[in-house]
Design a protein around this ligand. Structure first.
Ligand SMILES: *Cc1c(COP(=O)(O)O)cnc(C)c1O
Length: 382
């Protein structure tokens, strides 16, 4: 069972607004809103006043457009070759990341006999997507390069914002300012955007006109080594489908990698790596619960995973829970108020972002909200 707390998403959106009061708060809803479900999440954010959404790809943008006709939808991955008409028909704003993409968008505007909105994306040190300062100079100088293109947004993306002390933050800000100095005279109405979720916490110099949080809205902690500023928004629970009594030396799971040291009790839960509960969260007998391997919270106790995670099941060692407290059919929390998505990420050797975007499609999903009531997705085996 996967429960998405839409009130928490809304509260997190309002934390962003309060932290960057001078800027508009947009929302990044790519990858199905980091696994939470793009449409219900975006609808709730729109109800909170969000008018600018960011997706990664045009197909995501078209799906969002069908749900929210009135909002601005930016496509972060830019304009794929030969797809400009699709972007125009869905009313999408590509984040143009090269002079070639700008040329294709310009040609589409000419073909359609209209002006088309765009964001211009500049690289400031991430070396992933974005044009260079030299490209900015060319665009500033040569009006023909952007003919027919209505530049609404000028943006860049930070590489190290999770670490406020990292010198690359200021370096990227400096380079971005150089780009802005070049382009502002040509596009005086364009708005400016730099900050992702961690960038929101780097202070007002990084806020500009529009901030673009993603993971923070969904309850992930975007700050390395600092307390989470956001509220958890996702709870994943798995049902206890079997309880077993083991004797010393009995092994659990594939490869028999975990063995009971003495009499032990095991609860088998109905979730596995096919549900996005990563196999890396398994634990062999030698490993200490404090350091590695997943945990579940059940009957008020936090208990360690025992053995390998299977495709559809995992086992937890409930020997420390007084007998009789756990019954077949009970639910165990795998992610939620007691087990943060970031801790799960750490224990799996990854980050909370990847845990969220891996959340399985097989869970029954529930969207809850005090104000708007709960809605269950129909079906689901769990
Ligand atoms: C994904 C993404 C974001 C959001 O990042 P978070 O760290 O999840 O807040 C913002 N901008 C760009 C360009 C992105 O790709």
């Amino acid at each position: 069972m996967l429960t998405v707390d839409l009130d928490a998403v809304a509260a997190n959106y309002n934390i962003v607004k309060a932290t960057a009061p001078g800027a508009e708060a947009g929302a990044v809803v790519k990858a199905d809103a980091y696994g939470l479900g793009m449409v219900p999440v975006a609808r709730r954010l729109a109800a909170e006043g969000c008018g600018s959404f960011f997706v990664a790809e045009a197909r995501e943008g078209a799906a969002l457009r069908a749900a929210l006709p009135g909002v601005t939808i930016y496509v972060l991955n830019g304009l794929f070759p030969g797809t400009a008409a699709l972007y125009r028909e869905a009313g999408l704003v590509p984040c143009l990341a090269s002079i070639d993409e700008l040329a294709e968008w310009r040609a589409e505007a000419a073909r359609a006999g209209t002006r088309l909105p765009a964001a211009l994306h500049f690289d400031s040190g991430l070396n992933r997507l974005g044009m260079s300062a030299a490209d900015a100079a060319a665009i500033a100088e040569e009006g023909a390069l952007s003919a027919g293109v209505d530049v609404r947004l000028i943006m860049s993306h930070l590489a190290c914002a999770d670490d406020a002390a990292h010198p690359q933050n200021a370096a990227q800000l400096g380079l971005f300012r150089t780009v802005l100095d070049l382009l502002r005279p040509r596009f005086p109405a364009a708005r400016i955007s730099l900050a992702n979720s961690p960038g929101v916490f780097l202070g007002p110099d990084y806020h500009f006109d529009l901030v673009r949080p993603g993971v923070g809205l969904y309850g992930g902690n975007p700050l390395t080594g600092r307390a989470a500023p956001f509220r958890p928004a996702v709870t994943v629970e798995a049902r206890v489908i079997a309880l077993r009594q083991l004797s010393a030396g009995d092994a659990v799971g594939y490869s028999a990698s975990w063995r009971a040291r003495g009499p032990a009790r095991i609860a088998v839960l109905a979730a596995g790596y096919a549900d996005g509960y990563l196999r890396a969260l398994g634990r062999t007998s030698g490993e200490k619960a404090q350091e590695k391997g997943g945990q579940a919270h059940i009957a008020g106790y936090t208990v360690p995973v025992a053995g390998r995670v299977s495709m559809d099941m995992l086992a937890v060692d409930v020997s420390a829970v007084p007998e009789g407290l756990i019954r077949r059919g009970d639910m165990a929390e795998l992610i939620g108020p007691n087990i943060s998505v970031d801790d799960v990420g750490l224990r799996a050797g990854t980050i909370g972002y990847e845990i969220l975007t891996s959340l399985g499609r097989r869970y029954m999903r529930r969207y809850v909200s005090e104000a708007h009531g709960a809605s269950d997705e129909p079906g689901g085996p769990i």
